[in-house]
Design a protein around this ligand. Structure first.
Ligand code: 1CP
Length: 370
């Protein structure tokens, strides 16, 4: 940590494809490729580490977190590493008692039940997040410029949903009750999370060396576009603006899963600071309409996505066909990053994932040459 704080310069960037995908003038041989949840239980080398350690313990040990982050970069020729951590690390440091359980996923012992519980929340002690910046720093050094490094956080709405539901949910009825009944309290928590998330991302960039950041709003699609625009985008705006004031040149990717309605995208496109976009790119799920794509391309923003991860359970023939269709559709812009529509899961096979990476690169090159 001492070394990190007095550090001056990272290794020269050899492969900058992901960052370049945010600039139309950068040279282009093929689209970059990385995958959400590329570090995780489908990798035997991850399971080996996890067999002996609790999930948050792996996140909190910078050396282990960096090692897990690097695992997929050793398996595949990918263009980005995403730091191994979780969207629940931040609320854990703000007073929520969170554990990750084997079959259940996240479990929160003290969820927010009524607005009186908001008092339980406090800004994180900055010391308690330093391990994330340490892990990023170690990863960035170890990558030696061979690919870009991505930092991330959960979006306020998705993190709030876990804080209220107490874990994973099917109905999201508790958080919906909060939003429509305790609206004022909900907006207060969303704003607090937005401000703390911005600081967290700024530190990931300035202290850890993250080169791009992504915001995961995995449960964005649980409410209609109207409510997302009225209640959720204002807190996201605070997050984006606070971040861009400090890191104007770091690309920001928004993932509002199942919320790619054209109306929502237009709201995101309108958000600017000093005449520069606040959202530089959109991670898209597989249900995106042509209208939405056109808006993003006209707005000169980057597209990331969007192969349904289930396709990778299929035969090589269907995997190749769906990749080809995705590239024909999305690589019409130079600002394109190949990814899945959502994360890899423990049942994915390493060889199919390898086929996805190799085939995407091959077809992207061919398409470009056309
Ligand atoms: O490789 C990577 O992508 C980096 C690591 C990463 C990321 C980006 C992890 C590790 N989690 C996340 C983000 C995250 N965490 C999201 C947003 C992305 C998404 O929608 O998938 C969400 C919703 C979570 C919450 C969470 N944490 C879940 C999902 C539960 C649910 O409600 O469906 C789970 C299972 C966790 C624990 C977790 N985080 C990461 C891993 C590898 C795991 C599994 C732990 C294990 O059993 O090994």
């Amino acid at each position: 940590r001492e070394k990190r704080k007095s550090f001056k310069e990272f290794p020269k960037q050899i492969n900058n494809r992901v960052v370049d995908a945010f600039q139309s003038f950068a040279p282009f041989d093929r689209a970059p490729v990385w995958m959400m949840r590329q570090a995780g239980r489908y990798l035997p080398e991850y399971r080996e580490i996890k067999a002996e350690m609790d999930f948050f313990a792996t996140c909190q040990n910078p050396f282990i977190a960096a090692e897990i982050t690097l695992q997929p970069t050793k398996q595949f020729d990918i263009d980005a590493a995403i730091i191994f951590s979780d969207i629940l690390v931040l609320p854990k440091m703000m007073g929520m008692e969170i554990t990750i359980e084997e079959k259940k996923g996240p479990v929160i012992a003290n969820p927010l039940v009524t607005p009186d519980d908001i008092q339980k929340l406090h800004p994180p002690n900055p010391e308690h997040l330093e391990h994330v910046y340490d892990a990023l720093f170690l990863t960035r050094l170890a990558l030696q410029g061979k690919c870009n490094l991505i930092g991330f956080c959960g979006a306020p709405w998705t993190v709030f949903a876990y804080m209220v539901e107490g874990g994973s949910s099917k109905l999201f009825s508790k958080v919906k009750k909060w939003l429509y009944l305790y609206t004022e309290g909900s907006l207060q928590v969303l704003e607090l999370l937005a401000k703390e998330s911005a600081k967290y991302l700024i530190n990931q960039v300035k202290q850890g060396g993250a080169q791009v950041v992504q915001i995961f709003d995995s449960w964005a699609g649980q409410i209609p576009a109207l409510d997302y625009i009225e209640f959720i985008i204002p807190s996201l705006r605070i997050l984006f603006e606070d971040f861009k004031k400090e890191c104007p040149d770091t690309p920001l990717i928004m993932f509002a899963k199942d919320q790619n309605d054209k109306k929502v995208i237009i709201e995101f496109l309108k958000l600017t600071y000093n005449d520069k976009p606040l959202v530089d790119g959109f991670q898209l799920d597989s249900n995106v309409s042509d209208e939405t794509l056109i808006k993003i391309i006209e707005g000169n923003r980057t597209i990331q996505g969007n192969l349904e991860p289930g396709v990778l359970f299929g035969t090589p023939a269907i995997i190749k066909k769906r990749i080809s269709q995705m590239i024909e559709k999305l690589q019409t812009t130079r600002r394109y990053i190949v990814n899945l529509a959502h994360g890899l899961t423990p049942d994915h096979e390493v060889e199919k994932v390898r086929l996805f990476v190799q085939e995407s690169q091959r077809q992207s090159k061919l398409y470009k040459a056309k």
